[in-house]
Write a protein that binds this ligand. Sequence first.
Ligand SMILES: NC(=O)C1=CN([C@@H]2O[C@H](COP(=O)(O)OP(=O)(O)OC[C@H]3O[C@@H](n4cnc5c(N)ncnc54)[C@H](O)[C@@H]3O)[C@@H](O)[C@H]2O)C=CC1
Ligand SMILES: C[C@H](CCCC(C)(C)O)[C@H]1CC[C@H]2[C@@H]3[C@H](O)CC4=CC(=O)CC[C@]4(C)[C@H]3CC[C@]12C
Length: 369
Amino acid sequence: MAESPEARKLVYLVTGGCGFLGEHVVRMLLQREPQLLELRVFDLHLGPWLEELKTGPVQVTAIQGDVTQAHEVAAAVAGAHVVVHTAGLVDVFGRASPETIYEVNVQGTKNVIEACVQTGTRFLVYTSSMEVVGPNIKGHPFYRGNEDTPYEAVHSHPYPRSKAQAEQLVLDANGREVRGGLPLVTCALRPTGIYGEGHQIMRDFYHQGLRLGGRLFRAIPASVEHGRVYVGNVAWMHVLAARELEQRAALMGGQVYFCYDDSPYKSYEDFNMEFLGPCGLRLVESRLLVPYWLLVLLAALNALLQWLLRPLFLYAPLLNPYTLAVASTTFTVSTDKAQRHFGYVPLFSWEDSRTRTIRWVQAVEGSAR
Ligand SMILES: NC(=O)C1=CN([C@@H]2O[C@H](COP(=O)(O)OP(=O)(O)OC[C@H]3O[C@@H](n4cnc5c(N)ncnc54)[C@H](O)[C@@H]3O)[C@@H](O)[C@H]2O)C=CC1
Ligand SMILES: C[C@H](CCCC(C)(C)O)[C@H]1CC[C@H]2[C@@H]3[C@H](O)CC4=CC(=O)CC[C@]4(C)[C@H]3CC[C@]12C
């Protein structure tokens, strides 16, 4: 750890720094990046919690801005050594139009890359997603796969399509000459389903369970496994990747890394119960009540209702044909590429991750009363 202020010399920019993952990246950088001099937090919506970070040894600069606006991105990137690009529109529920998703996730990423090239920023870490690989629309399982596992990636939905396009842009940009003549070094991190403090969908499930009298009903067979990763470990992986990109440019440049940790392989619902169970909810086995064909029908009905009601209001339930397909397809990763390439070892054990998440759900419960 650096002791003297002179050791602090790096300027980092985190786009989407007020989102679920972005906030953890920001806090992790402040705690664990001793070379940090200035941290720029760029987001469409700035969080009030940023204020309390401004009293430490690192200059925290909050920038309200839009990644779709090239000039705003360029102004924020100018003078930064490293960009961690987490900003994105995470929408698999039909809340935003495909055009808006493209604009934020693809055009926004193009703007970040061009800003690096124009202003001379050399290191770019992009938050991609497991969704760039799958699950695909054919429902093929991806079981304990790694970065080299062959898989037929077919994207029918705007979100995974946009993440795949953006990831490709980032990888293709590796080696481009930036202002000053040196090459840009990029890599992409692909989290599986992230959980932890601040996870909106976990909050939604918790409130749904409370409304249903402390019960949630199993919809997906327990045998369908989902890759999940703790937000603190995803943040840690971003910090390490960003730190090591310069020294290990030849190895890491243009590479993709799944984000992983020691979280157990379980079905989406059983995994959520690891946190919601200790908070008083129970999962009711309802396979006989809700057969799969009925879920397919309900998902299709939801999609139809969304379309019919769109002129009046936004109807965007959790269940739609896409989320049902993702939830019912096994997708788990097993890899050590991040450890081999840049020394990543999870910072939080499964026990820690679980305890922290449970405490957070309990606090949500407390504040809901
Ligand atoms: N939540 C998950 O399970 C996973 C998320 N990811 C990726 O991680 C990244 C972060 O996701 P989350 O933290 O879950 O989402 P989030 O919605 O909590 O955070 C995204 C942040 O980006 C900001 N943002 C959106 N549009 C913007 C724009 N036009 N200009 C500037 N900022 C903008 C939002 O205000 C928000 O603060 C995304 O790129 C997402 O694709 C990848 C895998 C899994
Ligand atoms: C909302 C889904 C669970 C509800 C299914 C129902 C209604 C049958 O009970 C979630 C199941 C899997 C989730 C996705 C997965 O974790 C991968 C993701 C990666 C991302 O990059 C963004 C988020 C997501 C698409 C995530 C979204 C919610 C699920 C579909």
